[in-house]
Design a protein around this ligand. Structure first.
Ligand SMILES: [Zn+2]
Length: 867
């Protein structure tokens, strides 16, 4: 397992050999000495190495934890790749033309050699501690958040003081003397995840989006090579933020920084796994290098300001931002806009949806009731330099006219996991994570999620659904590309005791949902969604009568020899191990209802021709002089429900011909016109058409059969406007002919026959159009060290609840643009885990049962001492 890995001395020799062969490209230097007198080296790689320190730079550190050998191997792999490819590979050339990479391939040479030769699992360096134990965790020895501990034998002992260790001092001195460092990546194993830096608060920072995008872009390069998905996780609650790490030290210097956790084992199978890890991370590193100049501390461009949605519709969104202030000539700047369907998305050419020099962008043809995430950055046309990103903008499009939306959370005491070897599976309900898979202590584990469906109408027709789970972590997953995870709708007949392993195992699955998730697609820090197909939506719909749906999640059920765990852990969002509301599993449903149907009959009908008006008859065609004969009929709309509380899903007019005296060259069409239009021939000829309904009908299509003229979207809207204004509506049948002159061609339509008389058919849903009133009296106080918000709900019978969200950077107009703090009918909430010392906006939206969301009531929170 270990023979193919390089020793520290071999690695140093290898870098020195590259330097002597390509002194224009490689430089090595000694930056410090360890307790055991090994030289700590830094390797610089760039084109025109003599100007390396004048270019913006990426700082790479590897193997600061002794047993995490990937760092050193990746540094070697990357240097060799550059050496092999630089002559022809334009990606390598461009990356190293404007950027420099500084690598400390092994930040802990003593510990690494100890791990290599004596004790594989060693993590710390090799300082001799006062109590006779060895080692300081170098990644706890940096000053930011440093914790003094009296337990030197601990694996995470941070040392007697910040920078007490020669290894961390060497890194500090190097970083402090290289002000051109813009981005830092610290390579560890394992987890297949990026951990971007934080500022010791559970709040987004202005550059959170930059770090997430940078990591997502690298992750996409990794996926390209190996189909492996990496997570991105900035230490969200209730995760304890780690103290004294290198990453936060770099970040405190203004450097964008992330830890990269590679692979699923510290010392993996070299030929099978390590080579693949190196191969997948080289393009990711090159992508990162390309971004370095955009984050150069001294020349960084300002990010676009106040990027916000000013309109959110059913299928369209309007985005706006402030005019760019830094450049005198505004035409030097344009903006790139990226759109994604999922959070923490990459920004790559294939999701770049707009380039503009304006301060406004409209996006259309979106799907209704769906989340979208937007990113924007400015670009200097001449230099090609790009700005950092504005904080990501999240919205959800509104439901379509015939749609309703529900988000359902699990019933806690019926949601948990059962493990084969556990004596007390009932204790895993409502409190623990959802474990799924197999490991040595638990045996096989299944999770069960029960979601109440009481409040969805029994006649709902489910159009779309997705189940979402938040992965806690996958550090326990030690087998690569093995096994799959499935979610199934349980047949209710087969449900017995949800807390019994045997009963859960023998439950029948009515339908699995979406595609299985492969182990290499499980990522932490990024929500996973299972989208329901039409057939699966039907299976879900069947559960509505039971007023609940039970899902079973299952994973791999066998372990291969020598492996101890293949277990996934999702957040339950309840109990002390859960991340709370924001991380709770949930089921999103978009549904419609079987429509109501109403038939209206004409109040009156006329035939209008050059000779005069004939009451009560419907004729249309051409008279003996070739003049047009029109028919009109109108409807009273008073019997339809109040426009404010209904949505028309379909409308059409039905006409039946009685007699046809016409040749094939005539067609007819139906126009919607104002009901109060005059009915004399000249006025009819000069009529104003509201909209044409349906298509022209030819004489041959008439053949005594019913004709249906269907309203298009615009016609429905216009019809709705008349309904709202309580007006009547009229229709006119108009003949047309391509012939120069057509004479004596007439169609007679039924006008009073009980069965065949014209009718206007309206299909509609009872659905509130406008939101209920917003909340009032929104205020806050500090209680138990937290911000406590309170408000007064409106007294409207259709009021269902409020959404409370916070956004650190802008006043949100969408209830999805920020961290959700609360959803429900209460009149108060805490900002749990929120910081008191940062400015932020709280927004409260009321909603009804559609839901329509009210305008937000916004509270701007200013920390006490910031003035
Ligand atoms: Zn580590």
């Amino acid at each position: 397992m270990k023979q193919l890995y390089h020793s520290y001395d071999e690695a140093v020799a290898l870098f020195k050999e590259l330097e002597s062969r390509r002194p224009d490209l490689f430089r090595t230097e000694v930056i410090g000495q360890t307790w055991e007198k090994r030289e700590i080296i830094a390797v610089t790689i760039t084109q025109n190495i003599e100007i390396a320190d004048t270019k913006p730079a990426l700082f790479f550190t590897g193997t600061i934890h002794a047993r995490e050998w990937i760092g050193l191997e990746l540094a070697i792999g990357f240097a060799q790749y550059v050496d092999r490819n630089i002559a022809y590979d334009h990606i390598v050339q461009e990356a190293l033309e404007n950027s420099t990479i500084y690598m400390v391939p092994c930040a802990n040479p003593d510990g690494f050699e100890y791990s290599r030769n004596h004790f594989s699992f060693w993590r710390k360096n090799r300082r001799q501690n006062a109590d006779g134990s060895y080692g300081v965790d170098l990644n706890r020895n940096f000053p930011v958040g440093f914790v003094k501990s009296n337990n030197p034998s601990s694996n995470v002992y941070g040392g007697p003081a910040p920078f007490s260790e020669p290894e961390t001092r060497a890194i500090r001195d190097f970083v402090e003397s290289h002000k051109n460092i813009a981005i830092a990546l610290d390579y560890h194993s394992q987890g297949n995840v990026f951990f971007p830096a934080h500022d010791f608060r559970h709040e987004d920072t202005i550059d959170t989006t930059d770090m997430n995008v940078l990591c997502a872009n690298m992750a996409e390069e990794i996926r390209k090579i190996s189909d492996r998905e990496y997570g991105i996780h900035q230490g969200k609650p209730p995760t304890k933020l780690i103290s004294g790490s290198g990453r936060e030290f770099y970040y405190s210097k203004g450097i964008i920084a992330s830890v990269v956790e590679v692979g699923t084992r510290n010392i993996s199978d070299y030929l099978d796994d390590m080579i693949e890890h190196i191969r997948e991370h080289i393009p990711a590193l090159l992508t990162c290098l390309k971004e370095v100049p955009n984050y150069a501390i001294e020349t960084v461009m300002p990010r676009p300001e106040n990027f916000r949605a000013t309109y959110v519709g059913i299928d369209n969104v309007t985005l706006e931002w402030e005019p760019y202030s830094c450049c005198k000539e505004s035409d030097e700047i344009y903006f790139e806009i990226y759109r994604s369907r999922r959070e923490k998305s990459y920004c790559r050419p294939f999701n770049l949806i707009g380039l503009t020099q304006a301060n406004r962008f409209s996006d259309s043809n979106l799907q209704s009731d769906s989340p979208y995430f937007y990113h924007i950055r400015a670009v200097n046309k001449k230099s090609g330099q790009k700005s950092p990103f504005a904080p990501v903008l999240a919205i959800r499009t509104h439901v379509d006219d015939d749609e309703f939306h529900r988000t359902y959370f699990p019933t806690p005491d019926k949601t948990g996991y059962v493990a084969q070897k556990s004596k007390d599976n009932a204790s895993h309900f409502g409190v623990n994570s959802l474990f799924v898979g197999i490991n040595e202590t638990k045996g096989i584990s299944y999770s069960v999620i029960t979601i109440p469906l009481k409040t969805i109408p029994k006649n709902a027709v489910i159009k779309r659904a997705r189940l979402r789970l938040y992965p806690m972590n996958r550090v326990g997953v030690t087998v690569e590309k093995f096994g799959e995870w499935d979610i199934g709708i349980v047949d209710p007949e087969s449900i017995k005791d949800l807390t019994s392993f045997k009963d859960v195992e023998s439950m029948k699955i009515r339908s699995y949902v979406g595609r299985p998730t492969l182990s290499n697609h499980l990522t932490q820090g990024i929500w996973r969604s299972w989208e329901f197909s039409e057939v699966e939506c039907k299976a879900l719909q069947e559960q509505i009568t039971n007023e609940q749906v039970v899902f079973r999640i299952e994973g791999p059920k066998t372990l291969s020899i020598g492996r101890t765990s293949q277990m996934m852990q999702w957040d339950i969002g309840y109990g002390k191990f859960g991340g709370g509301l924001a991380f709770r599993p949930h089921l999103e449903i978009t549904y419609t209802l079987e429509p109501n149907r109403m038939e209206l009959f004409p109040k009156q009908s006329f035939t209008v021709c050059a000779d005069g008006i004939e009451d009560g008859k419907i004729l249309s065609g051409f008279d003996s002089n070739g003049k047009k004969i029109y028919a009109t009929f109108d409807f009273e709309l008073g019997s339809l429900p109040d426009w404010e509380f209904m949505q028309i899903t379909r409308a059409y007019v039905v006409l039946n011909p009685i007699k046809v005296y016409a040749k094939d060259n005539i067609r007819f069409h139906l126009e919607m016109i104002d009901a109060d239009a005059e009915r004399d021939y000249e006025a009819i000829k000069a009529r104003r058409i509201i909209e044409n309904i349906g298509y022209d009908v030819s004489v041959s299509e008439l053949k005594n059969q019913e004709q249906v003229f269907v309203f298009d979207t615009y016609a429905i809207q216009e019809f709705g406007n008349r309904l709202r204004d309580k007006k009547s509506i009229a229709f006119l049948l108009r003949p047309s002919s391509a012939q120069k002159l057509t004479r004596n061609s007439v169609i007679e339509w039924h006008s009073s026959h009980p069965e065949f008389t014209p009718k206007l058919v309206i299909e509609y849903l009872h659905k509130r159009r406008r939101p209920v009133s917003p909340v009032t009296n929104l205020s806050f106080k500090i209680e138990n060290g937290k911000v406590r918000l309170s408000w007064k709900n409106p007294k409207d019978k259709d009021f269902k609840g409020v959404f409370v969200i916070k956004n650190r950077f802008r006043k949100p107009i969408s209830p999805y643009d920020g961290d959700k703090l609360y959803g429900g009918p209460d009149e108060w909430t805490y900002d749990d885990f929120g910081a008191l010392d940062v400015k932020k906006y709280y927004a409260v939206f009321t909603y009804d049962d559609v839901p329509n969301f009210s305008e937000p009531v916004i509270l701007e929170y200013q920390p006490k001492n910031s003035g």
